[in-house]
Ligand binder design. Structure first.
Ligand SMILES: *[C@@H]1O[C@H](CO)[C@@H](O)[C@H](O)[C@H]1NC(C)=O
Ligand SMILES: *[C@@H]1O[C@H](CO)[C@@H](O)[C@H](O)[C@H]1NC(C)=O
Ligand SMILES: *[C@@H]1O[C@H](CO)[C@@H](O)[C@H](O)[C@H]1NC(C)=O
Ligand SMILES: *[C@@H]1O[C@H](CO)[C@@H](O)[C@H](O)[C@H]1NC(C)=O
Length: 443
C-alpha cells in the first residue's frame, strides 16, 4: 500500500462531501483520515542498521553524558503527571541522524520544520516534585531479562520509536519480528535480553472494516464490543509490561455489535440503528481489552494504561485550514481538559479503575501512565505540515495528532522509567497485601 493509493481517493471524495456536512461529520472524517493517511512506514530504509547492534558514532553516544543524566528519583508520594513544561536547553537527546527509528511522518526536521524550541522542554511536576530526564542505561538495567509490549495504534508506535531513539545512546535493538507485517514488530536488546514489541490494534477489540467508503467516505468499521482482538490477546501472556492505548480511531463511523447483534453505532446513518456515540464504543472496547488481560491464565505482568493524547487543530478542522502552528507549550492555566478530550479520558480511566479492582483479586497490577494533561499542553509538538514534503498530495496535510521526534512524546519515557523505578517498591507491598488477603480467605 503506497501513500498515494490510500490518500488520493479519500481526498477527492471528502472534498465533495464536506461543504454541506454538519460539524460532526467533519470531526469524524478528520480523525479517520489522519490515521489512514499515516501509513505504516517500515524501518526498511536502514536495513543494515537493523542488524548492527552498536549505535552510530555521534555526540550522543558518550557515556559521560549518559551518566550526567542520572538524577535523584523523586519522592514516591509525588503526582508526577500534574505540572508544567519548563525549558531544557540540554534537549534533545538524539537527532534524526543519530537515530534510524524515526517514522517518516514524524521526522519533522527532515521536512523543514524551521523552529527547534519544541524539542527543548522537560516536564516539571508540581510542587517540590521532580521528574528525572530519561536515563537509557538505567532503564535497560531495570528491564534486563524482561519484555515490554505496546498495544494500540500509531500513537503507541510513535511512543515506541521515541523510546528506541532514547535508548540508542546505549544500544540499538535487532529485529526479531515473528512476521513481516510491520504492524507487529519485535525488537531485542541483546546485551540486556530485553524484548520490546508492538501490536497493532487501533480499537483494542475485534473489529473489521465493513465498508471502505461509509457515510463519511472514510470507512465504516464493525466493532465487536465483547470480543477480544486475538491478534494481540493470544500473544501478550508472557510479557512483563503492557502499555495499552487507544483513541483517535473511535472518531470514525462504527457499527457496534454485542452478543453477535447490532446494538447501535457511531455516526453510521443506518436505518433503525441508534447512535450511541463514540464514547459508548470506546468505553466498552477498554472494558473488553482489560477483561482479556484479566482472563489470561499465565499473565503476571504490569498493565499500563497510557491515557488519551489530545490533538491540537486550531482555526478550522483538519481539512478546512485547521493547523497547529504554535511554537511554545501552554502554561497549565492556558488549556483545559474538556469536551471530547475529557469524555474520552474519563471513560478510559473509569474502565481502568474497574479492571484494576478485578485484576487485584488475581494479583495483577495496573498502572496509569497518565500523559493526557502533559500532552494537552503541547500544541507545538505535532508535525503540522512538516510530516511530508510540501508538494506531496497528503490528505491530512497538517498532522496535529502524532508527535515530532525528537519532541514532547520523549517525556513519556521519563514517566515510564520513573514508574518502573517505583514499581519495585510498590509491587512488593502489594504482593504482601495480596498474600495476607489470601491467607484470610483460606482461614
Ligand atoms: C491530489 O489528489 C486528488 C485526488 O486524486 C486530485 O484530485 C488532486 O488534483 C491532487 N492534487 C495535486 C496537487 O496533485
Ligand atoms: C535530518 O534533518 C535534517 C535537517 O535538520 C535533514 O537535512 C536531513 O535530511 C534529515 N536526515 C534524515 C536521515 O532524516
Ligand atoms: C532472557 O529473558 C527471558 C525472559 O524474557 C528468559 O526466559 C530467558 O531465560 C533469558 N535468557 C537469558 C540468556 O538470560
Ligand atoms: C426499520 O424498521 C422498520 C419498522 O419496524 C422496518 O419496516 C424496516 O424494514 C427496518 N429497516 C431495517 C434496515 O431494518
Amino acid at each position: 500500500m503506497t501513500l498515494q493509493s490510500i490518500e488520493l481517493p479519500a481526498l477527492g471524495k471528502n472534498q465533495q462531501v464536506l461543504p454541506k456536512s454538519p460539524k460532526i461529520v467533519l470531526v469524524v472524517i478528520f480523525t479517520l483520515v489522519f490515521l489512514v493517511v499515516i501509513p505504516y512506514y517500515p524501518l526498511l530504509k536502514y536495513p543494515l542498521l537493523l542488524v548492527n547492534n552498536s549505535p552510530p558514532a555521534s555526540a550522543y553516544h558518550d557515556s559521560s553524558k549518559v551518566d550526567d543524566l542520572a538524577s535523584i528519583p523523586s519522592s514516591d508520594t509525588c503526582d508526577i503527571f500534574s505540572g508544567e513544561w519548563i525549558p531544557n536547553p540540554k534537549a534533545p537527546y538524539y537527532t534524526n541522524t543519530s537515530c534510524w527509528a524515526i517514522h517518516e511522518h514524524q521526522n519533522c526536521m527532515k521536512y523543514g520544520r524551521p523552529d527547534t524550541e519544541f524539542m527543548k522542554w522537560r516536564w516539571k511536576p508540581s510542587g517540590r516534585c521532580n521528574l528525572p530526564i530519561f536515563n537509557p542505561a538505567q532503564f535497560l538495567e531495570l528491564v534486563r531479562g524482561k519484555s515490554l509490549a505496546f498495544v494500540g495504534d500509531s500513537v503507541g508506535r510513535n511512543q515506541m520509536q521515541s523510546l528506541i531513539c532514547l535508548l540508542s545512546r546505549v544500544e540499538y535493538p535487532i529485529d526479531v519480528s515473528y512476521t513481516t507485517d510491520e504492524k507487529f514488530k519485535r525488537w531485542k536488546y541483546t546485551s540486556y535480553n530485553f524484548t520490546m514489541a508492538s501490536f497493532w490494534t487501533p480499537h483494542l477489540i475485534k473489529s473489521k472494516e465493513s465498508d471502505s467508503n461509509g457515510p463519511t467516505h472514510t470507512g465504516l468499521f464493525n466493532l465487536y464490543l465483547d470480543e477480544f482482538d486475538e491478534d494481540w490477546t493470544t500473544q501478550v501472556q508472557e510479557f512483563d509490561y503492557l502499555i495499552i492505548s487507544a483513541g483517535h480511531w473511535f472518531f470514525r463511523p462504527m457499527v457496534f455489535y454485542e452478543n453477535h447483534r447490532i446494538v447501535g453505532c457511531h455516526y453510521c446513518l443506518l436505518d433503525n440503528v441508534t447512535d450511541l456515540t463514540m464514547y459508548y464504543g470506546f468505553r466498552k472496547a477498554f472494558r473488553t481489552a482489560f477483561r482479556a488481560i484479566n482472563s489470561l491464565k499465565n499473565y503476571k505482568g504490569v498493565t499500563f494504561l497510557r491515557t488519551f493524547a489530545p490533538s491540537h487543530f486550531e482555526n478550522g478542522l483538519w481539512n478546512q485550514g485547521g493547523n497547529c502552528v504554535r511554537t511554545r507549550p501552554f502554561k497549565s492555566n492556558e488549556a483545559k481538559l474538556e469536551d471530547q478530550n475529557l469524555e474520552l479520558y474519563m471513560a478510559q480511566v473509569e474502565e481502568f479503575r474497574k479492571a484494576e479492582k478485578e485484576g487485584k483479586k488475581k494479583g495483577l497490577r495496573y498502572r496509569l501512565l497518565d500523559t493526557t494533561q502533559a500532552m494537552l499542553l503541547r500544541p507545538d509538538g505535532h508535525p503540522s505540515r512538516y510530516g511530508h514534503w510540501p508538494h506531496e498530495n497528503v490528505t491530512l496535510y497538517n498532522d496535529c495528532v502524532h508527535w515530532c521526534l525528537p519532541g514532547p512524546i520523549d517525556a513519556w519515557s521519563d514517566f515510564l522509567l520513573e514508574m518502573l523505578k517505583r514499581e519495585g517498591l510498590r509491587s512488593h507491598e502489594e504482593r504482601l497485601q495480596f498474600l495476607s488477603d489470601r491467607k484470610m480467605q483460606v482461614r
